[in-house]
Design a protein. Sequence first.
Length: 790
Amino acid sequence: MKNQIVYTEKENYPKNYVSHSVINNIIEIESSEDLKLRIYPLTNDIIRIRYSLDGYFDADFSYAIDENYNFPHVDYIIDDRGDEFIVKTTNVRCVVNKQNLKITFKSIDGKVLCEEEKGFHWEKNEEFGGYIVQNSKVLQKGECFYGLGDKPTDLNLHEKKFTNWGTDEYGYHKDTDPLYKSIPIYYALNDNGAYGIFLDNTYQSHFDFGLEREDVTSFWAQGGEMNYYFIAGPELMDVCKRYTQLTGVPEMPPLWALGFQQCKWSYYPDKEVLAIASKMRDLRIPCDAIYLDIDYMDGFRCFTWDKEKFPDPKGLVDNLKEQGFQTMVIIDPGIKIDKNYSVFQEGMEKGYFCKRIDGHYVEGKVWPGECYFPDFTRPEVREWWAGLYKGLIEEVGVAGVWNDMNEPALFEVESKTFPLDVLHDYDGHQTGHRKAHNIYGMQMARATAEGVRQFSGGKRSLIITRSGYSGLQRYSSVWTGDNIATFEHLWLADVQAQRLAISGISFCGSDIGGFINQPNPELMMRWIQLGIFHPFCRVHSSGDHGDQEPWSFGEECLDVFRKTVELRYQLLPYLYTTFYQYYNEGTPMIRPLVFFDQYDVQTKDRDHEFLCGDHILVCPIVKDEARSGKVYLPTSQWYHFWTNDLYDGGKEHNVNAPVDEMPIFIKAGGIIPRYPVQQYVGEKTIDTVTLDIYYKQGSESSYFYDDDKNGYGYEQGEFTYTKFELTGDQEHLSIVKTQEGNYDSEIKNFKLNLIGLPAEVSEIKVDNLIVSKDVLISTAFETITISLKG
Ligand code: GLC
């Protein structure tokens, strides 16, 4: 039963179509009473919609959209007939009802993807001026919803309601809303296909997926314009790639940034940091980075060092570097009010701190006590901030920076953030905090990324941020904030990371083991097993609840930890390849099952299993003391990673999960490139990569990306992207290799590891020459044909 549409008195609606015009591929419809609707057919799959209530549009400016995105060519036609005004591309039709300007998006064969209920409407914002801009769409029967960034809840968002307003939420729980990030993209999947809606409005925004009214999806913002992008599918993966390309991708990370990282609030003094590092090496836990949290600073003043705890920062960083560790440091936005502190002095002299409408500085308590805060929405301030990294990066040799508290977070005030009358430059479009709040953290991370790159001597670096808005992924990786050491949080970390990845932010992870409280050994083991499949893999804890190093939980945990992190290091070439695909095509590095096969209804609500890249499916064990787990394997055939047994897809299986082995499956036909175990990236000169080749009857493509792992040559083509096309039948298995790019790799050989063959190998031919079974194969090969004993 459909709800009746109830129009309230406060709500205003567009009137009828009067005329239209087209300038620069923007179609502008004028309605009676000044309202204008702009339709931008941006690509064949993306249509942007904007409204102006008084006939004048705001300057067209967005922090989300990637300036460097080359919109592919669009073919569209306008079909102005009777009651309907239609803009048609090769993939989507945008149909405007001329009576009321309600919009229906249809597939090209005329199926309704998304139809408006009340459609666009607005209410006066009595308190602040402007309007609350709203939109409601018909919720189709069985429709599922995904996306929205870091929301800590079930994967399918149906019958839930959310707010986007970056918030420091220490010790959040399932369904706490909002959290740190504001990522207003959602996906809908119904019988006619999948589509996405990206509401590019940075004010506080809200989304309701059938909670208030069961057959209505609505979204609204507390100010600004109704400005959204309709992104067509029909596949969820297509929508995700398109959204991610529209809002941008990061640069390739240094390979070490995909290694294991150890953090705590805080490791100090320097001797303690060195002791942690050498224990990692003694106990042979591979590790690439160690973090310095706020206590490395002098009284929490950013860009300073506590001279007692860290008398020789460069000496420490160099010492760590010699042992194969990169040093990461935290930088928060709050600058201590201290007349003797050069960063404060300079910020004051140059007028870089945020002010309130009456001209007073916004003053708030964070770790250093009372602080002022730079306006990162001003280009000059970002440049200044970038320059402040010279000392840390160029002089001391720090490899990357962790930006925290940038919601922006304030202590001891109910709102936890700035007052709403704080003014921001917003890159020349002066505004207040209501509009700038959600992008503040992202602009801080942007300034940081620019500074670190400037001083890194041509090397790549790692940036992490807690807060941000759509597009933040261009500048930074993220973590999910202050979680708790419970099994429920392990599940939350799993779902949040999947959700972030499909929201354009693949480079994400959680505080492994939990930030608050100490995990029991079992939780720690299960969490690292999940963590190695998250692109960002870091243990972090608040420190005041006990130790959280791999050796803090007894022998068994230490062994499991080592075995698990060793697997991460073996899989680095696979993860790096998956990162390249994210960088190059916008594919999420980890994906929910429904993004693998949306036509299989069983996948729609599955949320603990997920895919990492094209061929690995992992099933984290998120229950205490569980020694088996239920895993749904989607259509295809799957090899059990630990036993090599073959399982049928399209079914749920109950599989063993001993405490040292989380269930992992490899898609039949997949070829997984593998490194030897190293204690850190670059420890060994690797000239041979093992290819784990999983037999399949049929064909499958796999990839292997390689470059120098830390410079920018790949941007000029110095990389290799190798495609392996596997084809198998009862008697043969063949692999045809093709390659893009021209990197002169140190990897010269492949070692073949054949898994799941239906019969013994009788002969192996490489480019038509017979070779012995165990021989290393030059990476220059073109075809391998393996004959099987019939
Ligand atoms: C915040 C961060 C946490 C960090 C702490 C001290 O709570 O979320 O990761 O350790 O501040 O800097």
